[in-house]
Design a protein around this ligand. Structure first.
Ligand SMILES: NC(=O)c1ccc[n+]([C@@H]2O[C@H](COP(=O)([O-])OP(=O)(O)OC[C@H]3O[C@@H](n4cnc5c(N)ncnc54)[C@H](OP(=O)(O)O)[C@@H]3O)[C@@H](O)[C@H]2O)c1
Length: 278
């Protein structure tokens, strides 16, 4: 496909960084945003004015909105937005602090909603665009001890699944990317709640014990961030936009098991469901 302009959040490291690097290497132009834009300095030296940067914490809605408007004003048409910034939190529901609960929702759910809302008028004005939300296999499955991460990602998927139909008439496509475990610093950046002894022997405690035994949960993960980034980039050329993009055989298997189980639960309740009809 002809080179185009992309907008990426969380471009300082991990998946967002590799997406940015691969786009620049193939000749595309990137509006790369990060809380610490100095992390992009090396890329600016190499790629000159094909790299546009801005400092933005995506949980600062005003700053996010201003950055989106500035990027479209400076760069003209932006074909693809990759909403990638995110973080995981670990802790049983009772262990989580109010601040951590608020951060998970603000970062993983509310920020992508505000980002899409701000991008949409620009997409409509230019006759369309592609919005790629980096979600997770954890939006279709759940594990004890990570409830707020799941809540934020299930929530953001519910929003986008609904909005896909609203914006399709404007030529806007939305894709939810659902990676399995990817070898980035995601595990090292986890927000781990203070432990309660009551949970130590249960499933949430076992996850915590496992985290203590490894430096970085995703340090040896099966998913290759370069292949994940390449698949994300390639998805922008698929028409119509795929609603979901599962990446990693771990993601495929875990989501398949979870969805099959949910379908079986629904079928088990079929008779009961029918009992409340008039
Ligand atoms: N790695 C995995 O196993 C995995 C699996 C499924 C889904 N995901 C999803 O993939 C996305 C990227 O994660 P990753 O694996 O690349 O992790 P990562 O290496 O920790 O990178 C996370 C990125 O998000 C940025 N970020 C965090 N909070 C931010 C904020 N408030 N404002 C702006 N940027 C912020 C970070 O910037 P700083 O450098 O400033 O912290 C960093 O650039 C996330 O949405 C995550 O949920 C990851």
């Amino acid at each position: 496909m002809a080179s185009q302009t992309w907008f990426v959040t969380g471009a300082s490291g991990g998946i967002g960084r590799v997406v940015t690097e691969q786009l620049l290497e193939r000749g595309d132009r990137v509006a790369a945003t990060a809380r610490r834009p100095e992390t992009l300095a090396g890329l600016a030296d190499r790629h000159g004015d094909r790299l546009w940067t801005a400092a933005v914490d995506v949980t600062d809605t005003q700053a996010l909105n201003d950055t989106v408007d500035r990027a479209f004003a400076d760069l003209g048409r932006i074909g693809v937005v990759v909403s990638n910034a995110g973080r995981g939190a670990v802790g049983a529901a009772e262990e989580m602090t109010v601040a951590s609960i608020d951060e998970q929702i603000a970062l993983n759910m509310t920020a992508p909603i505000h980002l899409l809302r701000r991008v949409l008028p620009h997409f409509r004005a230019q006759g369309g665009g592609r919005f790629i939300q980096v979600s997770t296999m954890g939006a279709q499955i759940s594990t004890p001890g990570a409830g707020m991460y799941h809540a934020s990602k299930w929530g953001v998927e519910g929003f986008f699944e609904s909005v896909i139909g609203e914006v399709e008439p404007f030529g806007v496509g939305i894709t939810l990317v659902e990676p399995g475990s990817v070898r980035t610093a995601f595990g090292a950046h986890l927000d781990v709640a203070p432990a309660m002894p009551e949970y130590a022997q249960g499933p949430a405690g076992r996850i915590r014990a496992y985290l203590d035994s490894v430096d970085n949960l995703t340090g040896q993960a099966p998913g290759d961030p370069r292949k994940v980034a390449a698949a994300i980039i390639a998805s922008a050329d698929v028409a119509p936009a795929p609603r979901r993009l599962a990446l990693g055989s771990d993601a495929y298997q875990a989501m398949r098991t979870a969805l099959t189980g949910r379908l079986a639960e629904l079928e088990a309740g079929r008779r009961t469901a029918a009992t409340t009809d008039f």
